[in-house]
Design a protein around this ligand. Structure first.
Ligand SMILES: [Zn+2]
Length: 270
């Protein structure tokens, strides 16, 4: 059975760089309700990594995700862009407090962590294990240059008591398998390359990621005054959400099963 772990990093717009106010979280406000609706219709379970500085504004939405059976995991507190080099106590607090805050809100255990911008560092697993996490997804699968090795690249593996779910890497392009990059390449092109270079191999696991703001079209982004995100996200593309649906429907057609990370870990530990 082919498994796909769909993971969504929930943070303020423009990669968690903006203060987590309502205005700076258009992605969460506009896209998450659409996604939840779509996932319910399609009976898809996914994994949300939450940056907990958004909880003040969006507590109800996170509870709704959990209620719908999606997995809630931690993406730290403040989406620190120096997460891998910040001082030990700050990082420890980010990892620990975010878990506690999320557990309080959904009244259930939090098992997973993803560092902002995949900024993992050598002591990360040790900290996660001590704080009761069961898995991490803060690395991108290794650069693989030979097509015949592609299927090796993103299987989950255990490190001590923890599991690591590496984010898959795009064939040939060396980017992490994120919707933003897939969409820039073109969903149809991605699918055609994927069919040629993945489906012919024995692919067991894929971990794909996206952000809610990756699905915002230009008119939704008009509140952003920063030049770079305006240019970067300037698709003016009303079909972004449809492109995403097309991608998901492709995976469903090819019998990929959408799974929660923790179900996989718990099954393996049995
Ligand atoms: Zn992030």
């Amino acid at each position: 059975m082919k498994k796909i772990f769909l993971s969504i990093d929930v943070e303020s717009d423009w990669g968690g760089r903006l203060k987590a106010t309502q205005d700076n979280c258009q992605g969460i406000k506009i896209i998450i309700p659409k996604l939840l609706h779509f996932f319910n219709d399609e009976k898809i379970k996914c994994n949300f990594f939450i940056s907990t500085n958004i909880l003040t504004e969006f507590k109800g939405l996170i509870q709704e995700m959990a209620h719908d059976g999606h997995e809630i995991a931690s993406h730290g507190k403040n989406h620190l862009l120096n997460f891998d080099t910040a001082d030990f106590l700050t990082v420890k607090d980010e990892i620990y407090q975010s878990k506690i805050e999320l557990e309080e809100i959904i009244t259930s255990k939090i098992y997973g962590f993803r560092a902002p911008q995949f900024r993992n560092f050598p002591g990360l697993y040790d900290l996660l294990e001590k704080m009761g996490y069961l898995y991490d997804s803060s690395i991108v699968s290794k650069k693989i240059y030979l097509p015949y090795q592609l299927n090796q690249s993103s299987n989950p593996y255990s490190i001590g008591q923890l599991y690591e779910f590496p984010v898959s890497r795009m064939m040939f392009f060396n980017f992490p398998m994120g919707f933003l990059w897939i969409n820039i390449l073109g969903v149809k092109t991605f699918i055609s390359i994927f069919k040629q270079h993945y489906l012919s191999k024995k692919v067991d696991y894929l971990t794909i990621y996206l952000h809610p703001f990756d699905l915002l079209c230009t008119k939704d982004n008009s509140k952003t005054n920063l030049l770079v995100p305006k240019v970067f996200y300037n698709y003016n593309n009303k079909n972004l959400f449809n492109n995403f649906k097309e991608l998901i429907s492709f995976f469903k057609t090819y019998n990929f099963n959408f799974e929660n990370f923790s179900s996989h870990v718990i099954n393996k530990k049995k």
